[in-house]
Design a protein around this ligand. Structure first.
Ligand SMILES: Cc1ncc(COP(=O)(O)O)c(C=O)c1O
Length: 466
């Protein structure tokens, strides 16, 4: 049971204290502000708190009504009084005022966490290392400082990725890594294969560089090897781009057997395989990375955006030995190198255990959010896992895709249509992506899920007058 420590003023002499109920309400407000009482926590029953503070039950009832009026707690009939999620601080995401109002399930971002203390700590540690600081102020090889590569690689190795500190390059995030690949290894007019629905950032890059993109059919595990084989025969692509772990948008994860089969088809057709592993650190049990299975055939890209902080802009890439020099030149041409200062800060966080703690927090938070999804949308056609930032929802046949997206938006829930994830010419599945990690609070997410559940229940045709 929650115990709240409240010391009440006793009026003495001339001094008149605030009414008891207000003192109690103020104390509860302070507990919430300081974090002693956190969102979702249940307050003691009226009777228990009255006994504890030696006041009447009526005083507690007034105090709780007061904090409810301040929108700090909510009373749920038959269940008790619970602390509400507070509004998002301004730094959560650069939302427009309309987005702030809405339940925004549009952005595939890590859940809100206060990382300021961790950043302060990392900056403090670095500030005591003048030699390192001076070194970080210089030009370096495009690959990045060797000491930083050692730290990042050994952290990733502990998580099962066989990345080689002598071969890896740092990048400014996964998106930058993908950009480098296309500029280093593809030419205008080349053809690439992608999953039938895929990360829009990659589609946009390919469009900009005038590279043709062809879809390959997927099932619940991702790329279907036979369809890949057929597409390789038909299009003679240069590369296959895929996200084998927690695919964006479908959340599909390839098992090890499927990974081996996909690698084998690529090997037969001499197609380079890009493994986009930006979500690879999110599952508690990560499947064997494709890089481990075929390091001379796989281009591996990943980063710390989803598991630590996107603002650090730290990504990495490892290519087969024979492509190493071309990648080095591409990075040099693009930006000479990645900021050693940001890389140094990230290394501090990996070294002192903060990165692992953040990952644990993300796990816990996403698990709880996915449970809300199961609770409210479990009976609909959803694809999700306990560790994915998003959910892939196939609509009932009575809903047209665009109608559903606008109906949700009209009710203040922003979601992304399958259209956004579909390469040109692909058949667009009747599905939407819900980025459940994006809303600031679980409460906000739940409001959005309830609205979606209600919409999904209703056949829009029944709303039309005959
Ligand atoms: C599949 C995929 N790849 C790459 C990225 C880019 O991530 P980063 O922030 O590391 O550039 C994203 C971002 O959402 C993504 O979903």
């Amino acid at each position: 049971m929650t115990i709240i420590n409240i010391v009440l003023d006793t009026p003495s002499g001339e001094h008149k204290s605030a009414p008891l109920y207000r003192q109690i309400a103020d104390a509860i407000e302070q507990h919430i502000a300081s974090g002693t009482l956190s969102a979702g926590q249940k307050l003691p029953t009226h009777r228990a708190l009255a006994d504890q503070l030696k006041v009447t039950v009526g005083t507690i009832t007034r105090a709780y009504a007061e904090v409810e009026q301040r929108e700090l707690v909510e009373a749920r009939v038959g269940a008790g009084t619970f602390v509400c999620q507070q509004n998002a601080p301004s730094w959560v995401y650069n939302y427009s005022p309309q987005e702030e109002e809405a339940c925004n399930l549009g952005h595939n971002i890590p859940p809100h966490l206060d990382r300021s203390a961790m950043l302060k700590q990392a900056m403090g540690n670095l500030s005591h290392q003048p030699d390192q600081l001076n070194q970080m102020m210089l030009y370096h090889d495009p690959q990045g400082l060797e000491e930083h590569r050692q730290i990042v690689a050994s952290w990733l190795q502990k998580k099962g990725l066989e990345i080689d500190p002598q071969r890896m390059h740092f990048t400014s995030g996964g998106q930058h890594a993908a950009h480098l690949l296309l500029s280093a290894f593809c030419r205008q007019g080349d053809t690439l294969l992608v999953e039938q629905v895929t990360y829009p950032g990659f589609l946009s890059l390919a469009r900009q560089q005038q590279i043709n993109v062809k879809p390959v059919e997927v099932d619940h595990e991702g790329i279907i090897p036979a369809s890949l084989d057929a597409a390789c025969r038909q299009f003679q692509p240069r590369m296959l781009y895929c996200t084998p772990t927690l695919q964006n948008p479908t959340t599909a994860t390839m098992g090890e057997q499927r990974r081996r089969e996909v690698i084998e088809v690529c090997r037969q057709h001499q197609v380079l395989l890009i493994e986009d592993d930006v979500n690879g650190l999110l599952p508690e049990q990560r499947p064997t990375p494709m890089l481990n299975l075929a390091p001379e055939q796989v281009i591996h890209i990943g980063g710390l955006s989803k598991c630590l902080a996107p603002g650090l802009r730290l990504g990495y890439i490892q290519v087969p030995q024979k492509l190493q020099q071309r990648l080095n030149t591409a990075l040099h041409n693009h930006s000479l190198m990645i900021s050693p200062l940001l890389t140094g800060l990230a290394c501090e966080m990996l070294r002192n255990g903060d990165a692992d703690r953040v990952l644990q927090q993300i796990h816990r938070d996403i698990n709880a959010r996915q449970q809300l999804v199961t609770q409210h949308l479990g009976k609909f056609a959803i694809q999700h896992t306990p560790d994915s930032f998003h959910v892939w929802l196939t609509l009932p046949e009575y809903w047209r895709l665009s109608d559903f997206v606008s109906a949700a938006e009209q009710q203040g829930v922003i979601i992304k249509s399958a259209e956004m994830f579909s390469p040109p010419g692909a058949t667009i599945p009747p599905a939407v992506r819900l980025a459940i990690s994006a809303p600031f609070s679980h409460h906000k997410l739940e409001q959005g899920l309830l609205i979606l559940a209600e919409l999904l229940e209703k056949d829009p045709m029944n709303d039309f007058p005959l």
